[in-house]
Write a protein that binds this ligand. Structure first.
Ligand code: ATP
Ligand code: MG
Length: 650
């Protein structure tokens, strides 16, 4: 069922100059498992500690003896590691490049020195407003430099930040504010996305009228678009009015390695978001090391991760990882398709971006528009590409590789979760041969295993549920306010292991292929079929831009396959095309995977972070539109209505 994948060997240019060669990967990986204290103790030296840790790893996934503690007698401050320690050698280096929503608005470059100053001023202002160590602060901002500044200012004074994605509305803000018990909110008058205004301050006002939000004492408002907004004194304060006159130095709080750094709610693909809590030392060691190793970071790189700071990717790989490493990171306010589908590639040329990290949803959306918008740009500064968020269909991988990267740049397909803090499975560009659609091999210290539904370990080649056998430093420590939910969700299903919730196949070379979420696996006549595989077969047809596949109850087979298909721009649906696509899947995978029903979908329901929500599509396929569950994290609820109306009766 799985023909051998094409292999893309390590590029000679990377093999020659890389930080981590193939041999080093193998040697260090073995050491990281055999002597975790030695390995991680050494890696931890990359940070500046106020008190260096003497205890390194103290973890157990056994329920009777459960604990996750890393570097737990160490003390440090995350903002000092991201700012102060660079001032001497990199004070004038650009820390952040800000590219606004509109290509006509001027870009900004913020040096490490300036960033340090701006963070210190806000940190002083927060202290003056009564925020201290352990207090929670909600950040609800557009993708502007103040988002990173706010996170680092919280870290400086030991406050726990909780970022809410700027695309969420009042209800979602209120839920998260209430769950986290935030004392202060940092927001802006308005956000800008694709030329449209987003009423951030008004959303906060509406949220604070909802029950459970009484903990909020102050709302700081950044003047971004300078729109007139309703200011309710004394609760609401203009950011510049309280920040500008603060001293440019701020004494950082000494934090224990296991003190909380932030809370972040998961994207909600499978249900109600969970308040994932990350701590300071292990998280920062892990994100800075993975960022350097996976992206093979060099001093002069211009690094661009297109995620929003509202997601964990934005936390780990726009703010904490890159800044801890003294890198130059680009912050982009806009969207990939506005003013046109060339926008990403133009930004790459404009700022000479060398490393570009994005999501399959963006790649598929841009692929839908054809090669023209890409070909109109040079992209010759690029040397490495990355992807995260969903399985990347091999077809989209090849387009990314050949068209965007001109077959010059390796692609690191990075598998990880909000819960993980940082990347767990990924190629290292100088060490790992690539296979399109595979996240390839585990990072140092990460021990993936595949188990069947009874928890029996599948060795060598095989498919099943992906678990991780032992802790890594970036692992979440609890679900905020609900430690039992943490244990029950991740450590009870397959005792003694961390259960990821994802399905996975390991091939003969030991490469990992994420097959989709376990809840989404379809069981057709006793055959377990991963959604990712059928979707990739559909997307490999040249008229298909995107596909989502779910199971529905089937009298004979147990479950049948229901496919939703979005065509590329300009293609028209027809019965002939429908038959052709079913035949195509049959030919690509086998008759067992042929969709029983195929519905045209002008759009698919996605989370705000761009992930397909198959749980909702399953309910539509089952004809249970009244049981859609929590839809608050959907990007565009109207997509669902039209799919319900057009449903094909199985
Ligand atoms: P929730 O947990 O609330 O349902 P979510 O799982 O979408 O939301 P995230 O933590 O943002 O929240 O996403 C992690 C999930 O994304 C992984 O479990 C996996 O299903 C998917 N994923 C991320 N990166 C990859 C990748 N490179 N390849 C395949 N799948 C990926
Ligand atoms: Mg998840």
């Amino acid at each position: 069922m799985n023909p051998p994948a094409t292999v893309y060997p390590v590029k000679p240019a990377f093999a020659a100059e890389t930080r981590i060669t193939r041999d080093e990967y193998q040697r260090l990986y073995a050491q990281s498992l055999q002597q975790p204290d030695v390995f991680w103790g050494k890696v931890a030296e990359r940070l500046d500690w106020m008190k260096a840790p003497t205890r390194i790893k103290d973890t157990s996934f056994e329920l009777k003896d459960f604990r996750i503690r890393w570097f737990d007698d160490g003390e440090l401050n995350a903002s000092v590691n991201c700012l102060d320690r660079h001032l001497e050698t990199r004070g004038d280096k650009t820390a952040l490049i800000f590219e606004p929503d509109s290509p006509d608005a001027p870009a900004q470059r913020i040096s490490y020195r300036e960033l340090h100053e701006r963070v210190c001023k806000l940190a002083n202002a927060l202290r003056a407003l009564g925020v201290g160590k352990g207090d929670r602060v909600t950040i609800y901002l557009p993708m502007i430099p103040e988002a990173a500044i706010a996170m680092l200012a919280c870290a400086r004074i030991g406050a726990v930040h909780m970022v809410v994605f700027g695309g969420f509305a009042a209800n979602s803000i209120a839920d998260r504010v209430s769950d986290s018990g935030s004392k202060l909110i940092i927001t802006a008058d308005e956000g800008l996305r694709a030329g449209r205004k987003v009423a951030l301050k008004a959303n906060v006002d509406a949220a604070l009228k909802l029950p459970g939000t009484n903990s909020v004492e102050t709302v700081l408002v950044v003047r971004h678009t300078r729109a007139a907004v309703d200011m309710q004194m004394p609760r609401d304060r203009w950011y510049d009015a309280v920040v500008d006159d603060q001293p440019a130095q701020c004494e950082p709080e000494r934090m224990n390695a296991e003190d909380p750094l932030f809370i972040l709610y998961t994207s909600g693909s499978t249900g109600k978001p969970k308040g994932v809590l990350h701590t300071t030392g292990g998280y920062l060691v892990y994100v800075s090391y993975t960022h350097e190793a996976v992206f093979d970071l060099r001093e002069d790189d211009v690094y661009w991760c297109t995620a929003d700071v509202g997601w964990v990717t934005g936390h780990s790989y726009i703010v904490y990882g890159p800044l801890a490493n003294g890198a130059t990171a680009l912050v982009f306010e806009g969207v990939p398709t506005w003013p046109d589908a060339s926008r990403f590639w133009q930004v790459i040329d404009k700022h000479r971006v060398t490393i570009f990290y994005t999501a399959p949803t963006a790649i598929r959306a841009l692929m839908r528009e054809g090669e023209g918008p890409v070909a109109a740009t040079s992209r010759k500064s690029l040397r490495l590409l990355g992807t995260v968020g969903e399985p990347i269909n091999p077809e989209a991988w090849r387009w990314y590789y050949e068209v965007v990267g001109n077959s010059r740049c390796p692609i690191v397909d990075t598998w990880w979760q909000t819960e993980n803090g940082g990347i767990l499975i990924s190629a290292l560009p100088g060490a790992t041969d690539l296979k399109p659609g595979s996240a390839t091999l585990p990072f140092f210290g990460v021990q993936p295993a595949i188990v069947d539904t009874h928890g029996k370990r599948i060795e060598a080649e095989g498919e099943g549920n992906l678990v991780i056998l032992d802790s890594w430093p970036g692992q979440m420590r609890t679900v905020y306010g609900d430690h039992q939910r943490f244990i029950d969700t991740y450590f009870r299903t397959y005792p003694g292991t961390y259960f990821t919730g994802d399905g996975c196949r390991r091939d003969a070379d030991g490469y990992y292929w994420i097959t989709g979420r376990v809840d989404d696996v379809i069981n057709v006549s006793g055959h377990r079929i991963g959604t990712a595989e059928v979707e990739s077969a559909l997307v490999s047809h040249d008229k298909v831009a995107e596909a989502a596949v779910v199971g529905f109850p089937h009298d004979i087979k147990g479950q049948g396959i229901y496919a939703y298909v979005t065509l590329i721009a300009g293609e028209q649906p027809s019965e002939a095309l429908r038959a052709e696509l079913v035949k195509h899947v049959r030919a690509e995978i086998g008759p067992i995977a042929a969709p029983d029903h195929l519905q045209w979908a002008p759009g698919l329901p996605k989370t705000r972070s761009g992930k397909i929500m198959r749980r909702i599509l399953r309910k539509i396929a089952e004809n249970a539109p009244d049981q859609l569950g929590d839809t608050s994290t959907l990007a565009d609820p109207s997509v669902v209505d039209s799919l319900v109306q057009e449903r094909r009766v199985p």
